[in-house]
Write a protein that binds this ligand. Structure first.
Ligand code: SF4
Length: 512
């Protein structure tokens, strides 16, 4: 055998050993009944043609590799940002394993959530008993301060009514009478994780603000939105708020729960927005959302309670950050301090320093609607050209906003916007109209392999690289981090293209 107790091989090496290669080849030949390698290569090439692209883009009845997740994942993420809150997902157990593993694989932290574990009998007769027992178990076993209930497809298909179920569970004393159990219906077959995030945010605020008189003060609420870089971004946001001396409440602060220290103590809960802060948030002068598509219902709810509202598209880059800071200044009456003006100048300086490498580079971008908008805007600020912008969970309204953004810059002239399309469609786009770089999540690595386009990981989920989420992408400082990633990719590509000493290595430069 190639490995022993004294010589343990990493799996990347182990499965390239002759024994394993032979075993896998034999399995393929004996059991898979596949086509010949030539046929597979021939069809593979055809799937990169314009002929196939037209068929692929006309596809309606099947989705292949959507760049989105289902609503409850967003609900679990939103609930995790509230102090000592356990997500309770009413429905099937496997769904919750998926949300937990997705979040844990991205943040490299344990992600807690429980399920009402509905099975066949509950699917036929309803899941009331699962709710009654589940809430009691959750309260007893995990000692949360709040349980936030959402739903999977299964509970939604059979029409379980969370409000009446939770009332019934309270009658049965599953939880103490005054224990908060906010809820949100999150049907997974419509919308995406950004809608689930929105529904849960509204669901959590609703019971705390119900029938309470608002006494307006001068504070601001900020909704960060669903964000794979939340740990770095929320901390950056707090730093900026402190610099501006703005009194703010972050509605769903996940920065600590997805970044707990290793010091011998397991923290199922860490940090998060407290219940006193949720109650106090009713009195805020305004609620700002960092991501419009993650907060439409919640902002409407805040407006109904007399607050001013404003929404941004993932403030990143120069103009994105300018817009955010100016609105914050307008709402609070606080000056933008000199230190932030200096940060802005440093970002512009860094972009100018690297202009000769950034100018004219072409990009394919995929991800959530706010992220794609923001990324395209920043790319254009650097002199780059977005060519394909795709959001599986983007709709008509997003498409129109993107078109207006692209029309505002000469660098947007060659870009097409693709709402509702998946990553298999992106493959056809990149094969027929190649670009210099691809920006998105880890799922883009298959596009990188198939098209040879380097992938820059800047959205959720990032499974195959570690700790990116700790560095901010928001604000002027965050934009410098993003800029460095773009430039590193450009320089790596240049170095990689240098084929050998004295031959094709004219740009293998030490100094750039
Ligand atoms: S789409 Fe439905 S079945 Fe699939 S994980 Fe989401 S809730 Fe569960």
């Amino acid at each position: 055998m190639p490995q022993s107790a004294d010589k343990v091989l990493d799996h990347a090496d182990l499965f390239n050993e002759p024994e394993y290669k032979a075993m896998l080849d034999n399995k393929r030949a004996t059991y898979e009944n596949g086509h010949s390698a030539e046929k597979v290569a021939e069809i593979g090439e055809w799937t990169k043609s314009w002929d196939y692209r037209e068929k692929n883009l006309a596809r309606e009845c099947v989705t292949i590799n959507p760049a989105k997740a289902c609503q409850p994942l967003g609900a679990v993420f939103a609930a995790a940002g509230y102090e000592a809150t356990m997500s309770f997902v009413h429905g099937s157990q496997g769904c919750v394993a998926y949300y937990r593993s997705h979040l844990a694989r991205h943040f490299k932290e344990p992600a807690s959530a429980v399920s009402s574990s509905m099975t066949e009998d509950a699917a036929v007769f309803g899941g009331l008993n699962n709710m009654i027992e589940g809430l009691q178990n959750t309260h007893t076993l995990y000692s949360p301060k709040m349980i936030a209930v959402s739903t999977t497809c299964m509970a939604e298909v059979i029409g379980d009514d969370l409000n009446s179920f939770i009332l019934k569970a309270r009658e049965k004393e599953s939880v103490p009478a005054d224990f908060p159990v906010p809820f949100a219906h999150t049907p997974a077959f419509v919308g995406s994780h950004v809608d689930g995030y929105d529904n849960m945010q509204k669901g959590i605020l609703t019971p705390f603000w119900k029938d309470v008189a608002r006494v307006a003060d001068d504070s601001i609420n900020i909704i960060p939105g669903f964000d794979g870089f939340a740990v770095g971004n929320i901390r950056e946001l707090k730093r900026v708020l402190a610099l501006m001396d703005v009194k703010a409440t972050i509605l769903s602060d996940v920065s600590d729960v997805y970044d707990t220290p290793s010091d011998g103590e397991f923290r199922m809960y860490s940090g998060g927005t407290t219940q006193d802060e949720i109650k106090g948030a009713l009195n805020a002068k305004a609620t700002i959302s960092m991501q419009e598509y993650c907060s439409r219902k919640t902002l409407a709810f805040c407006a109904e309670h007399g607050q001013d509202t404003a929404a941004f598209h993932y403030p990143m880059g120069v103009s994105g950050t300018d817009e955010f800071l100016m609105k914050l200044s307008e709402l609070t009456g606080k000056e933008i301090p000199e230190s932030l003006r200096l940060e802005r100048g440093r970002l512009v300086d860094a972009m100018a320093d690297s202009q000769s490498y950034l100018h004219g580079k072409t990009y394919a971008i995929f991800g959530d609607p706010d992220f794609v908008y923001s990324m395209a805007r920043f790319v254009m600020e650097t002199g780059g050209e977005p060519i394909h912008c795709l959001a599986t969970n983007g709709g008509k309204d997003w498409e129109e906003k993107m078109q207006a953004l692209l029309a505002s810059s000469p660098f947007g002239a060659n870009c097409k916007v693709w709402p509702g399309k998946d990553l298999w469609a992106m493959r056809s786009l990149m094969a027929t109209e190649p670009v210099d770089m691809l920006i998105g999540s880890s799922y883009g690595k298959y596009l990188q392999r198939d098209t040879g386009t380097p992938l820059i990981r800047l959205s959720f989920p990032i499974f195959d690289r570690h700790h990116h989420h700790r560095s901010p992408t928001w604000g002027y400082q965050g934009a410098i981090n993003v800029l460095v990633k773009l430039l590193d990719t450009i320089f790596d590509k240049l170095d990689g293209a240098a084929t050998g000493a004295g031959e094709g290595d004219i740009s293998f430069d030490l100094t750039r």
